[in-house]
Design a protein around this ligand. Structure first.
Ligand code: FAD
Ligand code: FMN
Ligand code: SF4
Length: 644
């Protein structure tokens, strides 16, 4: 495949000094919370960006920086000269590694509880424009190649562009041209501060995806005005994140158009970008689930955008561009859009992590590959993702690795995880791991169940126990014998063809919710209920994906019954009580599906340790959790096994 369109340089800027981007791939800004508590760049942040610059990206847009001081939680600031020194170090490091570097500057506005467009005085607007231009000056002083104004996602500038949040009747509101005025004035103020040779990128929404919000037609009015004001590149986004004090102005549903879950197709936003590109002469960049080199290439070839913004893909695999350039596209670890990076962790103000890249946000960790003697045999028990990941790392170090999987194929639960509606992207992770397992030359033994006795007999140097999880069967809930009863996993694996007229899913975690969607879409059951003891259904799913899934279940008419403590299944019904008031509850059922969680598969290892065999439990075998933990613990097991 000819990927050369991705590697054509692009000159941006309009002054005498153009900036040449060495290729068409740009890392989109992503808040990492790797800054320190004062909003300053840290060594770990420098390492994080350096790794991505080394990966061959054309330009990096460093994450959003606050132009006005506020209580920050490890977010970058640009509201004072004291930030310049470390930003200079960051910009220089990124450039040394071969990428151009831009800084995104923003005012959080409504989303941070600041006054919004409707109440800001003209004087305060002018002060804010001044903050933008001072910030851009600092970006220039720090040696960046250009600046990006964050005019998307519901932050201050974006909220001026949107009719949902801007109902002013003066020169800053009333129609789309006037709603664009703050953006235009910000561009002009910045231009005056930084001069004509400093490129300005503007990130704007193509639509807010909220009733009454900015539409594509509005965006098409705004884009040419920005071009006339002196913007050099338009970066197209969409959606509005949470506005804590008013959910009608931004919510999880709208967030999913900003940082979309895996239910969205790859490259889904491209056509919107193309409509904006048709209206302007300056380059336009587009993002949104672009994790496939072919899709990225085709966007350029079909002239739907000039640049490809890569967000989460650069977390999942910082070497995406370099692997394409070196003809190793098949070795790319794709972002699966699980939103582990953006969901609960992000809202809990934690540092950036990625489910499929165990090193994301931890680039400063030592990762020296210590060679190991081939005489040291390691048995890896279990061919799920934890076992595969460990086996790859150990084999690369030189250990003599044998991986054992009791089933006829590799993958463990990941095979099932990819089956519910919209989750097929997960399969790309499994394919990646299997390919890397083959390339590393791991000895794989399928249909091979290993017992502790066998390990003892083989006496390896070490055993990695990655036996994973199995569904919990509820011993405390009597289920009458003649009731149709299936474990959730069997439903997915296709052993069950059709169910009864009234199907009740026992347990309301995300797997239960996914099974309900699966059953409905396959036409296996239409009258469906989910019973959950906790207050919410699928509370273990990251919020953006959850919102999408629950919406779907509502549309399908699935009954969701929280606060229901199940006592028994008898007499054609699920019987229990309300968690709050203890009153009896009952739901008719002719079929029940058990989705009450996962427990670790036992593998008694006491005797192995006594015999001097090193033992490590990883992934769900240690404790049932998810992909991120299995990937990370597999990686650590591979890296850290001490050969002495
Ligand atoms: C329907 C479903 C959806 C999911 N969706 C998500 C999701 O969206 N996001 C997320 O983060 N997580 C999800 N998970 C959980 C995630 O898939 C698991 O946490 C992860 O795959 C665990 O990997 P593992 O390697 O630790 O264990 P497993 O995948 O359970 O692999 C263990 C392997 O060991 C083998 N084995 C067991 N005992 C032996 C033995 N004695 N000898 C040889 N082989 C043995 C098993 O056959 C299995 O292949 C989902 C799980 C399910 C079931
Ligand atoms: C953890 C995280 C932080 C983000 N922070 C920002 C940000 O600071 N500024 C911004 O404009 N977009 C931000 N985004 C949105 C991304 O830049 C990108 O537009 C979005 O993730 C969709 O593209 P993708 O599918 O390639 O990831 C963030 C996304 C994630 C996942
Ligand atoms: S955590 Fe998930 S969504 Fe985020 S970058 Fe990694 S794979 Fe993509």
């Amino acid at each position: 495949m000819d990927f050369s369109p991705l590697f054509e340089p692009l000159a941006i800027g309009r002054g005498d000094r153009k900036i040449i981007l060495k290729n068409r791939m740009v890392m989109a800004p992503m808040i990492t919370r790797l800054a320190n508590g004062q909003g300053e760049v840290t060594p770990r942040m420098v390492d994080y960006y350096a790794e991505r610059a080394k990966g061959g990206i054309g330009a990096i847009i460093v994450e959003a920086m606050d132009i006005e001081e506020r209580a920050v939680f490890n977010l970058l600031g640009i509201y004072h000269d004291r930030f310049i020194n470390e930003l200079e170090n960051l910009a220089a490091t990124i450039k040394e590694k071969g990428a151009s570097v831009f800084a995104q500057i923003y005012h959080i506005g409504l989303r941070g509880g600041f006054p919004g467009p409707n109440v800001l005085t003209i004087a305060k607007i002018q002060q804010t424009l001044e903050l933008f231009s001072r910030a851009a000056e600092r970006v220039k002083k720090a040696g960046f190649d250009g600046v990006m104004i964050h005019g998307a996602h519901g932050y201050l500038v974006s909220s001026f562009l949107s009719p949902l949040t801007n109902q002013r009747e003066d020169q800053y509101g009333g129609n789309q041209e006037r709603r664009t005025r703050v953006a235009v004035e910000a561009v002009k103020a910045i231009r005056q501060a930084v001069g004509k040779d400093f490129p300005i990128i503007f990130r704007m929404n193509a639509t807010d995806f909220l009733p009454g919000g900015l539409t594509l037609e509005d965006a098409k009015v705004t884009a040419p005005l920005l071009e006339s004001a002196g913007v050099d590149v338009i970066s197209v986004g969409s959606g509005i994140g949470i506005v804590p004090h008013d959910p009608t102005l931004g919510n999880d549903q709208s967030s999913s158009y900003m940082v979309m879950p895996m239910y969205f197709p790859r490259g889904w936003r491209v056509e919107m970008g193309a409509e904006i590109k048709n209206l302007v002469k300056i380059p336009v960049s587009i993002s949104g689930r672009i994790n496939d080199p072919l899709i990225a290439r085709d966007i350029l070839v079909q002239k739907k955008a000039d640049l490809i913004d890569l967000g989460r893909q650069m977390l999942a695999d910082p070497y995406f561009p370099r692997k394409i350039a070196e003809g190793k596209a098949e070795d790319i670890c794709r972002c699966i859009a699980c939103n582990y990076c953006h969901g609960k962790r992000f809202r809990a103000l934690k540092q950036i992590r990625c489910a499929v890249n165990p090193l994301a946000g931890r680039e400063s960790e030592p990762r020296e590959i210590r060679p190991a003697p081939a005489t040291h045999r390691v048995m890896v028990v279990g061919g799920g993702i934890a076992g595969l990941q460990a086996a790859i790392g150990l084999t690369k170090r030189g250990f003599r690795v044998s991986l054992f999987e009791k089933e006829a194929r590799l993958g463990g639960q990941l095979e099932l995880a990819a089956l519910p509606p919209g989750k097929g992207e997960i399969r790309s992770l499994l394919e990646f791991l299997i390919r890397q397992t083959e390339k590393a030359g791991v000895e794989v033994n399928l249909n091979s169940e290993v017992t502790p006795e066998l390990v003892l007999a083989e006496r390896p140097f070490a055993v990695i126990i990655a036996t994973g999880g199995r569904p919990i069967y509820p011993k405390s809930i009597p289920i009458e014998k003649n009731m149709n009863c299936f474990p959730a996993w069997d439903i997915l694996s296709g052993d069950t063809k059709s169910l009864g007229a009234k199907t009740v899913i026992l347990g309301g975690g995300f797997v239960a919710a996914e099974i309900a969607a699966f059953l409905w879409e396959k036409g296996m059951a239409k009258d469906l209920a989910i019973i959950e003891m906790r207050e919410e259904i699928a509370s273990d799913l990251e919020p953006i994906s959850r919102q999408n899934l629950l919406k779907k279940l509502q549309d399908y008419g699935v009954k969701m019954v929280p606060n229901f403590l199940i006592r028994q299944v008898a007499g054609g019904a699920v019987i229990g009580e309300d968690v709050g008031n203890g009153r009896g509850k009952r739901i008719e059922a002719d079929t029940v599906i058990i989705a009450l969680g996962t427990e670790s598969v036992d593998f008694p290892a006491g005797d192995l340790k006594k015999a001097g065999i090193k033992v490590a439990f990883i992934g769900d075998a240690r404790e049932p959790r998810g992909i991120a933990e299995a990937m990370r613990e597999g990686y650590i097991a591979g890296l850290s096994l001490d050969p002495s």
